[in-house]
Write a protein that binds this ligand. Structure first.
Ligand code: SF4
Length: 381
């Protein structure tokens, strides 16, 4: 039997940056999505429930020790004492202490169950984990996890309600697309109907839902159907959050092989922005929040309450389409180099000067900018 060790996985949603990461399973049981590099070559396993519970108990103990230190010292003195205390621990105990320290510093308001699909294993497995969470963290931090539509559909609404009563507040569901042709092409293991049914079931159970949409996933060929069918799926679900995470074709993935073989055409920025505009024009009167908190997205400020901020969001996309080719080149370069977060940054004199200089030095022009951006994007992953 493998020896117990505190574990945390590599991935969490952007919104869970301050959450405690508790690993209930390792890697991804599906692991076939052609665009996804995350767990390729890694074997899936469910962690023993006893180990997951031990992780929680260890973090809860550590939080208690940190609180004691915090109460007996303040400011700089607390930080110094915490550092000394940490380095006096045996090395094997440090990862769990580090996780507790980071969580304490963030206010201990959220917990995220890892890895790719924490609902695998069913309610019998999750019940003791949820019970232990309530026992170890009685102030009830917000509890969230990733799952897949196929897994959610193994649960009835009533079983999902039991999870909600047990403390599960929010599910993150990677739709990526609502278009069957795209979903099949990228081996997502779901159809539009499955996504809709799973999303509606989560909402009916009273669990908050964040769905992920991947602009560009249909490539040039399926850009419009991808936008329209994704909007239709999201209209039918009415999720609480829609998170954009633009496609990057990552070296070594099956999608990369298809791209290199000329079987997939990676959208340029104009196609991508037209696709987003088509998507938002087809998005109905749902009550959601659009989020764009990923570095791969072209605009970090393409976010806001829907439908209230729909006009601003669509105007922003149209503004990009209306830019002259040289300004668009500067924007793309600035965005990919981390100088720009949104179109408003084009007016930032210092940043614009830095981008112009870079464009001149590297000989980046409207003719080669898309190719440069693809390379920069591949390196960002
Ligand atoms: S289900 Fe998620 S983690 Fe698993 S291969 Fe697909 S995108 Fe990657």
């Amino acid at each position: 039997m493998a020896e117990y060790a505190f574990e945390q996985g590599p991935i969490r949603p952007p919104s869970e940056a301050g959450s405690l990461l508790l690993r209930v399973s390792r890697n991804c049981a599906w692991n076939r999505c052609t665009f996804c590099p995350l767990y390729k070559g890694q074997k899936f396993s469910l962690r023993p429930v006893a180990d997951v519970v031990r992780d929680m108990e260890t973090v809860a103990d550590n939080v208690g020790r940190i609180r004691e230190l915090h109460e007996s010292a303040d400011g700089e003195s607390f930080k110094k004492r915490l550092r000394t205390f940490y380095y006096q621990l045996p090395e094997a105990e440090r990862p769990a202490m580090l996780a507790a320290i980071k969580w304490f510093e963030q206010g201990m308001t959220g917990i995220f169950l890892q890895d790719a699909d924490a609902l695998l294993g069913g309610t019998r497995r999750l019940k003791p984990i949820l019970d232990a969470l309530q026992r170890c963290f009685p102030w009830r931090p917000r509890l969230t996890c990733y799952s897949r539509s196929a897994t959610v559909l193994r649960y009835s609404v009533q079983e999902l309600q039991d999870l909600a009563r047990g403390g599960l507040d929010r599910l993150h569901l990677g739709l990526e697309s609502g278009c069957d042709e795209v979903l099949q092409a990228v081996a997502k293991g779901a159809t539009q109907a499955m996504h809709i049914q799973a999303g509606q079931r989560i909402k009916a159970a009273g669990i908050e839902l964040c769905v992920y949409l991947m602009p560009g996933l249909g490539g040039t060929a399926l850009s419009t159907p991808h936008a329209l069918a994704s909007a239709a799926a999201i209209n039918a679900i009415n999720p609480d959050f829609v998170r954009l995470r633009t496609l990057a074709v990552v070296a070594g993935t099956p999608l990369d092989e298809a791209w290199l073989a000329g079987q997939f055409e990676w959208c340029d920025s104009l196609t991508l922005v037209r696709e987003l505009l088509t998507f938002f024009n087809a998005l109905g009167d749902i009550q959601s929040r659009i989020e764009s908190d990923h570095a791969l997205n072209l605009f970090e400020d393409l976010a806001g309450a829907w439908p209230q901020e729909g006009t601003r969001i669509k105007a922003m996309l149209q503004r990009y389409l209306d830019l002259d080719p040289q300004t668009r080149t500067f924007y793309l370069l600035g965005r990919r180099c981390g100088q720009f977060r949104g179109l408003g940054d084009l007016k930032n004199v210092e940043r614009m000067a830095a981008v112009r200089k870079l464009a001149e030095e590297a000989d980046i022009t409207p003719e080669n900018i898309e190719e440069v951006c693809r390379e920069l994007t591949r390196r960002m992953i």
